[in-house]
Design a protein around this ligand. Structure first.
Ligand SMILES: Cc1cc2nc3c(=O)[nH]c(=O)nc-3n(C[C@H](O)[C@H](O)[C@H](O)COP(=O)(O)OP(=O)(O)OC[C@H]3O[C@@H](n4cnc5c(N)ncnc54)[C@H](O)[C@@H]3O)c2cc1C
Length: 441
């Protein structure tokens, strides 16, 4: 059997490496050579979770183990009239390596193991051509490649970006807690994320601003950089001063600035769940994985981790053997969806105005380190996270379990269709800002 994988991001690469480990013939298609990816613009700033790192161990990837690439601590701060802050340290640590280093290195590792890699357009034409001499085509080409699969309106919580993003790699920002991620929530305004990051020039910091569309941060996130870098920097410093003053105090103005012009990502992501599969010919099917299937707002840092999770699930399904027909595609989707749904629901809950139960969970974490620690564990366990915040009753049960010292029970993800009120909230916002689907070359 021969499997084509269209896309060599984390989803396509983890799938390709696993299939080869399982003895399956793979052709991996990518849009650029490893060298071109290394010298391109930033498209994202990915924190890889402990679960993803464990999968990398299984795949025999041991590329960045240095402590400089890891974050062992995380603080969550809610600003505003009822401020609170708590530590929710990841264990194991997260790894933060620029995908312009990570992806080419993994492609080169795949090639070193004898893998086949073809540089071409990641378009529908490539998928159709691949169908001629492969038994299954897996589309892992990211958001743009997803257009091959129609949006699933019943599963998609929104139809417009829920945040205006302005994320970049900066110099001159200090940390209170070494190797820490800090996540600031400013109700009604948006979020500010700072985290250490390893890029080609070494250690920098990601500063991610996520503005509620139409809110006070929105126009600031659209400030162009290239026209007037000094003005851009002064706007960013002003945002920090206004909304996260403790972070502003840690900025050394003489050293502060964007690492390079290509290290800035601005725009919006439309959260979407697409149909997971379609027929390409009478007998050959295409299955979507990663962002080609599901796009989440980056607020919960789940997209790449979900892509990796689904890639390994799909590898096991493929390894069970052909036929890779419609029944196979349905079964593969059913296998991946419960976990993926919990990411979609949790992320939707984080971009909506915080629910009373989420605020009560944050308050409990502020008061009790055991709750904060349990919340931290859930960050790398989306079904558990969604169970703990899905409803006031679920949150109460989660808090009771933590306080009693019991381990919260394992179970399936809480399933719920997005309610019409929230869906309407997603559609009612006008969104003139270009979405990030159109990738810069
Ligand atoms: C600002 C931002 C921050 C994010 N932060 C996180 C996070 O912390 N944790 C998390 O899990 N997810 C995060 N995400 C989401 C994550 O980037 C995607 O979900 C993930 O990359 C999807 O992987 P994929 O393989 O399915 O598709 P893609 O990554 O889109 O890959 C598809 C194709 O694009 C190419 N490609 C991908 N990245 C690059 C690049 N940098 N340069 C050139 N080509 C590239 C690949 O080679 C591949 O052929 C973030 C996204 C954004 C926009």
């Amino acid at each position: 059997m021969r499997i084509a994988i269209i896309g060599d991001g984390i989803s396509g690469l983890h799938l390709a490496l696993r299939l080869r480990q399982l003895g399956i013939d793979v052709t991996l298609f990518g849009a650029k050579s490893p060298e071109a990816v290394r010298h391109g613009r930033a498209l994202n700033f990915v924190a890889r979770s402990g679960s993803t790192r464990r999968r990398e161990e299984l795949l025999g990837l041991d590329l960045w183990a240095s402590p400089d690439t890891l974050a062992e601590a995380r603080t969550v701060t809610v600003h505003g009239p009822e401020p609170l802050t708590f530590r929710a340290d990841p264990d194991p640590a997260y790894s933060m390596v620029d995908f312009r280093l990570y992806l080419p290195a993994v492609v080169e590792e795949y090639l070193a193991r004898g893998g086949r890699h073809i540089v071409t357009d990641l378009t529908a034409r490539t998928a159709h051509e691949a169908a001629a001499d492969h038994d299954l085509v897996v589309v892992a080409g990211g958001r743009a490649a997803g257009e091959l699969f129609p949006r699933d309106p019943g599963r998609s919580p929104f139809d417009a970006p829920q945040r205006v993003l302005c994320g970049g790699l900066y110099r001159g920002i200090g940390e209170t807690v070494p190797h820490s991620i800090e996540f600031h929530v400013v109700p009604g305004v948006g979020e500010v994320l700072r985290m250490p990051f390893h890029c080609a020039e070494g250690r920098v910091d990601v500063l991610g601003l996520e503005a509620v569309p139409g809110g006070p941060l929105d126009p600031l996130c659209r400030t162009p950089y290239a026209e007037d870098p000094a003005h851009f920097h002064s706007v960013v410093l002003d945002v920090l001063h206004r909304y996260v003053p403790d972070l502003r105090e840690r900025v050394d103005e003489r050293a502060f600035g964007l690492n390079r012009p290509a290290d800035l990502v601005q725009g919006g992501v439309v959260p979407v769940v697409r149909r997971a599969w379609r027929a390409l010919t009478g007998t050959t099917y295409a299955l979507a994985v990663g962002d080609a299937w599901i796009v989440n707002d980056p607020i919960t840092a789940q997209g790449a981790n979900l892509g990796s999770h689904c890639a390994l699930e799909l590898a096991e399904a493929i390894a069970a053997g052909p036929p890779y027909d419609e029944a196979f595609c349905r079964a593969a989707e059913e296998r991946m969806w419960p976990y993926a749904e919990s990411v979609v629901q949790w992320t939707a809950a984080f971009v909506r105005p915080p629910s009373p139960q989420l605020l009560s969970l944050f308050r409990a974490a502020d008061a009790d380190p055991a709750v904060a620690a349990a919340f931290a564990v859930n960050f790398d366990d989306p079904p558990a996270m969604w169970r703990s915040i899905a409803s006031p009753e679920r949150t109460a049960a989660f808090l009771a379990e933590v306080r009693s010292g019991a381990t919260p029970p394992e179970g399936s993800a809480v399933s719920s269709t997005p309610d019409s009120a929230s869906a309407a909230a997603g559609t009612s916002r006008t969104q003139p800002w270009a979405d990030l689907t159109a990738r810069p070359s």
